[in-house]
Design a protein around this ligand. Sequence first.
Ligand SMILES: [Zn+2]
Length: 379
Amino acid sequence: MLFKMDVVIMKETLKTLSMIPGISGHEDIIRKEIKTMIEKHVDEIKEDKMGNLIAVVKGEKKGPKILLSAHMDQIGFIVNHLEDKYIRVTPIGGISAKAAPMTPVNIYTKNKDIKGVLVSKSAFLEEPEESKKVTKIKDLFIDIGIINKDDKTTDDKDKKNKSDNKKQDILEEHGIELGDPVTFDVPFVELKNNCVRGMAFDDRAGCAVLIEAIKNLKKDFAGEVNFLFCTQEEVGLKGSRTAVFGINPDVALVVDMTTTGDMPGISKIDSSTILGAGPIITLADAEGRGLLIRKNVKEWLIGAVKKDKIKHQVEIGVRFGTTDATIINMSREGIPTGLISLPGRHIHSPTEIVNIDDLNGATKLLLAAIKSAENHFKN
Ligand SMILES: [Zn+2]
């Protein structure tokens, strides 16, 4: 059973996972870390061609094949080109241009990490009409402190070619290659009431919930659980799409972050979810255009939280945005799929906030759902 000490354990697991870089398509380091954390607790573990990590725990009797999934990748950027001493980047995943500017970032090159700041044109130097415009992602660039004085831009064609070569040299000099991944670089900090702030909680919080479920899972259940830590969710729900085809489960549950509505200016009809009020059973997202859970999945999850008296919330998502649950649900000839959303504030910004008790509640929910799956789904 989970006990009070688990706040410390969950916090440490989340802290470790959130500080490891792993933007979509660059999940090698985070996958290695998760593998190290779980391999001694599982019966089988493998990596597939899409970079997904799949770990299997077998129950003591026959029963349904259950898939529990969270995505390893985080939002970030990749290096695009150098422009007048500054590094232009392409966003990877849904990054808000409102939230991202003036944030410290790390560029991960082959040999070392390079620190910088993601910036836009200085407000001190803007024309009056520019200050009224909304900043777009393409207006942002990274300052790593390049001060080469002869790197002048010019309209003269020959000089421009030389200048382009020079720019390439400057990138090479710093060991930076086009396509190098970039993440935000903000610390993990404890806040009030078991809340923490940090980066990449979407969806390292989901990974932490799965990891703690693996560590607390006893063998007294029917069937087998396939824990999937998947890749490239933030750029089109890609890793889960191929992994679920290979696993071919009888039922699936996805654990991912959702934005709570408990802040000024948001009405209950847009979001009724609250930080610290427990994990969320999401009945629909994107007004049902994403996941729209079937009655048997709802009964399974509501039954599990009621039986174990787990503090929880139920949500109907009305805004855009969906998760791997949508893709898994539509795989093969259709797979019964549920979504456990973890409440979070400021999701997809450089600094997100989650509540550790919500995460422990989600782990409890997964363990309860595993135990009762045999009553709802057949192999
Ligand atoms: Zn996510």
